[in-house]
Ligand binder design. Structure first.
Ligand code: 5GP
Ligand code: MN
Length: 356
């Protein structure tokens, strides 16, 4: 990022009227926060984990809390359980990456662990065994489907992002919101609200954004890193995905193969934005993009405009997520995967009274 100290100082200077205290919506009982503070207070080392193939909310929330714990004098390790451990290119601008260790170097039986944005135990990937052996596991999340696989749940299904819970934890720990922490939290907030476009964008979301921007962070540069840049090969791969796009019965869908990507050396993580183009289709209520990963499995991204609960569809296929944004992994062919998806979609539509 190009440092523009004056710009940062000007923004920070204007911030004197911004309330530093995050609003607490009360979804997490006070006793749970108290217990979290006690567990953290007692620990010398805290092991942090977010879900596999992390997005801005997972990694941003984890690194933000990592900064605060470090400032409290704790030893911090942070990781995610991908077989091919690499921070997605989109998220390499986030500060705090020196806290990250590959899953093999993660403590085998952590004294205290905190998980971020992971809705299920499975989403921890290679870190599942470490989690199972941890003495205490605090689950910080905002997925409605999360039933709490840890020893303490800090879950708010109404929060637009896990970053909102991370900010709350940070505040309660007495941490100071600086620009690095704000950058991490902001990445989470904008990722999960689609840049303040989704219905999850409440006044509390904008109030949090105000607190973050007041630290002098560069919202323009964060937006460019996250959404407005890609290697040339992305355009070519996008072109093949759009070439094959299908519209059937209110469902718009396409796929991207490993071979498409190999021709341009395009990493899997670069495909994240394709669903946002496909889902704009007026004639479709549901959008699906199947992305073949480096192992040859299909990572299926699904989106709904509101009438269909795609989390329910994905849950039936072994995945999960949110009402309007969910996903799962398929080991089938594209044809088989789409046949299974449309079958489950039909069931969910029927259950919700044939809406859409
Ligand atoms: P995306 O399409 O952006 O990869 O995922 C959208 C949302 O679906 C994510 O925020 C996450 O909550 C959920 N999701 C994606 N893949 C999976 C999966 O394999 N399992 C579960 N439980 N949720 C997923
Ligand atoms: Mn999230």
């Amino acid at each position: 990022m190009t440092p523009d100290v004056r710009d940062g100082a000007r923004r920070a200077g204007r911030s004197s009227h911004v309330d530093r205290r995050p609003a607490d919506c009360g979804a997490v009982p006070e006793a749970a926060w108290d217990r979290a503070l006690r567990l953290i207070g007692q620990a010398d080392e805290v092991a942090l984990a977010c879900h596999v193939t992390p997005d801005g909310d997972a990694l941003g929330s984890m690194l933000a809390v990592g900064f605060v714990l470090r400032s409290m004098g704790k030893r911090v390790v942070a990781s995610f359980g991908d077989r091919h451990f690499a921070v997605p290119r989109l998220l390499r601008f986030l500060p705090g990456q020196e806290m990250l260790v590959p899953p093999a170097d993660f403590p085998a039986a952590p004294e205290l662990m905190i998980t971020f944005d992971a809705s299920t135990f499975e989403r921890l990937g290679l870190l599942r065994d470490n989690t199972a052996r941890a003495r205490e596991v605090i689950v910080l999340d905002h997925h409605p489907s999360n039933e709490g696989f840890g020893t303490l749940s800090l879950i708010d299904a109404k929060a637009a992002a896990t970053a909102m819970l991370a900010e709350q934890l940070l505040y309660r720990l007495g941490g100071r919101l600086d620009r690095d922490i704000a950058t991490c939290l902001y990445a989470g907030l904008v990722t999960d609200t689609g840049s303040f476009r989704y219905s999850s964008t409440t006044p509390a979301v904008h109030q949090m954004a105000a607190r973050l921007v007041a630290t002098g962070l560069h919202t323009d540069e964060i937006a460019r890193e996250l959404w407005d840049r890609s290697p040339f090969g992305y355009l070519k791969v996008l072109a093949s995905a759009l070439e094959r796009v299908m519209l059937e019965d209110g469902l718009v869908w396409t796929y991207v193969t490993r071979i498409d990507r190999a021709a341009y050396g395009l990493p899997y993580a670069e495909l994240e934005g394709i669903i946002d183009i496909v889902r704009r289709t007026d004639e479709a209520e549901v959008a699906v993009v199947l992305k073949e990963d480096d192992q040859g499995d299909w990572q299926v991204s699904t989106r709904s405009k509101g009438t269909v609960d795609v989390a329910a569809v994905c849950a039936a296929l072994g995945g999960g997520g949110h009402h309007n944004a969910a996903g799962y992994t398929s080991h089938d062919t594209v044809e088989e995967a789409m046949a299974a998806f449309t079958r489950e979609l039909r069931k969910v539509r029927r259950r919700s009274g044939g809406a859409s």
